[in-house]
Ligand binder design. Structure first.
Ligand code: AGP
Length: 616
């Protein structure tokens, strides 16, 4: 979703902003813009300045092409816009200006009461030029400005209902940026004589690894010399500077054509990273110190509710199956967006798990807050260290998959699974799982990287499969049991990056409706490992074949019965039933990737999508 960046320091602000915006591209956007303050004398400390604004629909490259090279100016703000209010146009792109042209703002989030504010401001004579909700902020700040920019921003945001990660600059306040946060991420970067502010660390990691995470209700005043954080009532807030562990190289493509392909291949390393130091061979258990719960508290858990969105939700569905079958704890997975507004019943003995790669998904964050408000204990299973969900959780597990840049989540899914499998092992070993089963479970986890490396060797076969089937208009993805959510994930991958309509279903459900869709040009992708439901799924495959539907099967090596029915077969190495989701999802990720390539899609930044969904 929208990305924001601000810079003040000795270097050319336009270049710092453009390169920062480039790093924010992965969040998903449709237009971008920058505002750079230029001291009229050309001196960084001159008190007279004007703002130069450049905005452009499309990619950052389009914006770069209209920004003069060597544009003077040492402070500025920039934005990548993911349209919510108003179409994708140059005018609707940020930054937005007030009537004087001296105040510029960039905003991430949604101003819910913007209509009322706009009406009021128009009556006062303010002229609006865009269709966005965000422009009201520029005019609001203008209406409160009497010489102190920070006070004007505080007065303005106290009238705003909704979410914001907001950056404001004023021509008469050279080298000063005001930031305000409510519900949208914001982080400061502390450099040598320079300061950054952005919606995530990727925008500044090339320049500094010293960061300060902002909280809701905080307002920041930034100058090249440092930062000052206060609340809306001007009370100072002490903030600590933290280090980032991610390396810049992890954010590069490293020779791969796309981030998505790189991240698919990385799973061989990212899964063991999620487990590193967390397996206890002696006890045949898992060590998860970050849960912040004693064994006694964990034993008192009677029910688990998982909340998440998208791919993270499907990881939660796999985990719910596993927790119920191995730890014997009733477990359900809920879409965070629905849970929040359902007035959920929070009972003693229920533990909540919020799963989120980005740690910023607003639906998941808001559901977490609602549950905590009711007294619920929420643990976070997240990737981005320092993001909002892990900071607000009562404890949790970082999945350590490293930066995931492609919009389509791949390695985060399997690392989420790895973390959730460890959590299951811990809970199961406190209950019904005996030591030998625990040992076997650990062996299954340890076998994953080797097996996945073998599966990746199927890439050419999956590419050929994509060549054969990419022109299909619609697909069914069918699985059962613990692989039903994997079928849902396979369908989601194909939809989001290849733009092919796909439905994920339980293979058992097709006869209750979806089988009506079957015809010779609608392929069904079956997930049929050698598990206790295999024979039933083979029968479902035959039902599709009988209706002349093409059948692709993802099965265990050497499964002749499946091969005899399917038109095309992709195999994976044998493993215990509970580990099949790891094995099955990789080929589905590669299949979606190659279909998208065949169709010439923008694999890493698919249309309309955002990596970090920070608006409802
Ligand atoms: C995954 O491929 C999607 N891009 C999307 O469904 C994603 O998983 C969802 O938005 C949740 O994101 P999160 O894990 O960062 O909370």
């Amino acid at each position: 979703m929208c990305g924001i960046i601000g810079y003040c320091g000795p270097k050319a602000a336009s270049e710092m902003l453009l390169s920062g915006l480039k790093r924010l591209e992965y969040r998903g956007y449709d237009s971008s813009g920058i505002s750079v303050g230029q001291q009229n004398s050309g001196e960084p400390h001159s008190s007279e300045a004007t703002l130069s604004i450049y905005k452009k629909e499309g990619k950052i490259a389009a914006l770069r092409s209209i920004v003069p090279q060597e544009l003077p100016g040492f402070w500025g703000i920039g934005h990548t816009r993911w349209a919510t209010h108003g179409g994708v146009t140059d005018v609707n792109a940020h930054p937005h200006l007030d009537c004087t042209g001296e105040i510029a703002i960039c905003h991430n989030g949604i101003i819910e009461n913007y209509m009322a504010l706009k009406e009021r401001l128009e009556k006062e004579g303010h002229q609006f030029v865009s269709d966005t909700d965000s422009e009201v902020v520029a005019h609001l700040v203008e209406s409160f400005y009497t010489g102190n920019l920070e006070s004007a921003v505080k007065a303005a945001v106290s009238l705003i209902q909704g979410t914001y990660g907001l950056l404001v600059m004023h021509a008469q306040h050279p080298n000063e940026i005001i930031g305000a946060r409510n519900g949208s991420p914001m982080v400061l970067g502390v450099g040598e004589g320079e300061m950054f502010i952005a919606s995530d660390v990727s925008a500044m990691i090339a320049h500094t690894k010293q960061v300060v995470y902002c909280e809701d209700g905080e307002v920041v005043r930034l100058t090249p010399q440092g930062f000052h954080v206060t609340d809306l009532k001007d009370r100072p807030i002490d903030k600590s500077i933290e280090g980032i562990s991610w390396e810049l190289e992890e954010m590069e493509k490293d020779g791969y054509d796309h981030y998505m392909l790189k991240e698919i291949y990385e799973q061989v390393d990212s899964i063991p990273r999620a487990m590193s130091g967390r397996l206890d061979d002696t006890q045949a258990a898992a060590v998860l110190g970050g849960l912040n719960m004693s064994e006694r508290e964990l034993l008192a858990v009677k029910r688990i509710v998982i909340l998440a969105a998208g791919t993270s939700y499907y990881a939660g569905r796999v985990a719910a199956y596993l927790l119920e079958s191995l730890a014997r704890i009733p477990c359900t997975t809920e879409l965070a967006s629905e849970l929040r507004y359902r007035n959920p019943l929070v009972e003693e003995g229920t533990l909540y798990l919020a799963i989120s790669q980005s740690g910023e998904t607003i639906d998941t964050l808001m559901a977490l807050r609602e549950l905590q408000r009711k007294g619920g204990r929420v643990l976070g299973i997240c990737n981005v260290v320092g993001s909002t969900i892990p900071r607000e959780s009562d404890g949790g597990v970082y999945i350590h998959s490293g930066p995931e840049i492609a919009v389509a989540s791949t390695k985060a899914f399997t690392s989420q699974l790895a973390a959730l499998y460890l959590f299951t092992l811990k809970m199961a070993r406190m209950r019904h799982m005996a030591w030998p089963q625990g040992k076997r479970f650990i062996s299954g986890l340890r076998a994953l990287p080797g097996n996945l490396a073998q599966i990746l060797q199927n890439a050419p076969a999956l590419e050929a499969l994509a060549q054969k089937y990419h022109s299909a208009e619609s697909f069914l993805f069918l699985g059962r049991g613990i692989n039903f959510p994997v079928a849902l994930e396979g369908a989601l991958k194909l939809k989001e990056i290849a733009y092919i309509h796909a439905e994920g279903y339980s293979a058992a459900e097709i006869k209750h409706g979806p089988i009506a869709l079957i015809n010779p040009s609608t392929p069904s992708f079956f997930i049929v490992p050698d598990d206790h439901l295999r024979d039933k799924v083979i029968s479902n495959m035959k039902e599709i074949k009988a209706r002349k539907g093409p059948v692709i099967a993802l099965c265990t090596q050497g499964d002749q019965a499946v091969a005899a029915v399917a038109d095309d077969v992709i195999t994976v190495p044998p493993c215990d039933e509970e580990f099949t989701p790891f094995h099955m999802v990789l080929p589905l990720q590669l299949f979606a990737y190659y279909c998208a390539l065949q169709l010439g899609r923008d694999v890493d930044q698919p249309r309309n999508l955002a990596k970090s969904v920070t608006v409802e």
